[in-house]
Design a binder for this molecule. Structure first.
Ligand SMILES: CC(C)(COP(=O)(O)OP(=O)(O)OC[C@H]1O[C@@H](n2cnc3c(N)ncnc32)[C@H](O)[C@@H]1OP(=O)(O)O)[C@@H](O)C(=O)NCCC(=O)NCCS
Length: 276
């Protein structure tokens, strides 16, 4: 029972391999790129067991004073249903200095979050398949350093919190990152990043659906892809189905605390489920 008494400690990049062993225990991939980005933008916490192996993790990525995104809530199978998941969650909830929290819950996690006071605000279906690559060209252009202030401003307005550390990291994290400009300035941005053997399409934030669909068409690479689609965006579900992608699983988008001042109608695709 040592694990139940272990302290929740802040992990560092030296703990990456242990995080990946824990994820493997739950049949999650290595997700090297995603873990490294989370270590750089968020706070990764864990509890060790008596053998020095990680028994559980949770990541909290704070966006200014408004919102923190919670992710990687993982408990080793051998320690499940002993209250460890709840303890890790309470730790980040007590230490969060933000007015609200958000997360995307699997069916395993949802009852736990509901008990802690999280409310479901939407559903997200993950589509997977093999893409033929970009189906058009010419609406968007590769992002340049001069676009960053406008991208940051659009992201803050639509997401409802200042995600500067994530936005500043996107040019390095993403394999492709493009913007759409018109006479008003930047009206949308979108990217795609590699996670293990698959490319995740996202983020996409745009002023209207036409711009968002142009972005997904132009950033989607050839090969295995994954797209996490909020059900509030049926036009993206249609886009995925037209390209032969298939639903793999559905998760619940949940929030805790003060209502988040975001605009889901312009938030087309998350950076990652872990980051909103
Ligand atoms: C989701 C997950 C983190 C939960 O971890 P956990 O440590 O088992 O969580 P807890 O023990 O706090 O709570 C789980 C259940 O055990 C119960 N429980 C807690 N302490 C208990 C105890 N001492 N004895 C018996 N049951 C207990 C809880 O009431 C809860 O019951 P419920 O699900 O029927 O409501 C874990 O199942 C996991 O890693 N799953 C795979 C990865 C995943 O999907 N993560 C969620 C991402 S959103």
């Amino acid at each position: 029972m040592g694990v139940v008494d272990g302290v929740v400690r802040l992990l560092g990049i030296d703990d990456l391999a242990a995080c990946q062993r824990l994820a493997g225990d739950r049949e999650w991939g290595r997700e090297d790129r995603k873990w490294r980005f989370l270590f750089s933008v968020g706070d990764v916490y864990g509890v060790d067991d008596e053998n020095g192996e990680l028994a559980g993790t949770v990541v909290s990525t704070p966006y200014g004073e408004d919102v923190a995104a919670i992710s990687m809530v993982l408990v080793a199978k051998r320690y499940e249903r002993r209250g460890l998941g709840g303890r890790l969650m309470r730790h980040v909830m007590e230490n969060a200095a933000t007015a609200s929290l958000c997360l995307t819950a699997t069916e395993y996690g949802r009852p736990l979050y509901e008990r802690l006071g999280f409310k479901a605000v939407g559903l997200c279906t993950t589509y997977k398949g093999v893409s033929d690559g970009p189906s058009r060209r010419g609406v968007s252009v590769p992002i340049e350093a001069v676009d960053m202030p406008a991208v940051h401003a659009l992201d803050t307005e639509v997401f409802g919190a200042d995600r500067s550390q994530v936005v500043e990291g996107l040019p390095f994290f993403c394999e492709t990152l493009r913007v759409v400009r018109d006479e008003r300035g930047v009206v949308g941005y979108g990217g795609a990043w590699r996670n293990d053997d698959r490319v995740i399409v996202g983020p996409v934030i745009a002023q209207d659906a036409e711009t968002a669909l142009a972005l997904v068409d132009e950033v989607v690479p050839e090969g295995p892809v994954r797209v996490d689609i909020d059900h509030r965006h049926p036009e993206l579900i249609a886009w995925a189905e037209e390209r032969g992608l298939r639903p793999a699983f559905t998760t619940t988008i949940m929030e805790y605390g003060a209502p988040i001042a975001n605009d889901p109608s312009r938030l087309y695709l998350p950076v990652a489920q872990a980051l909103g």
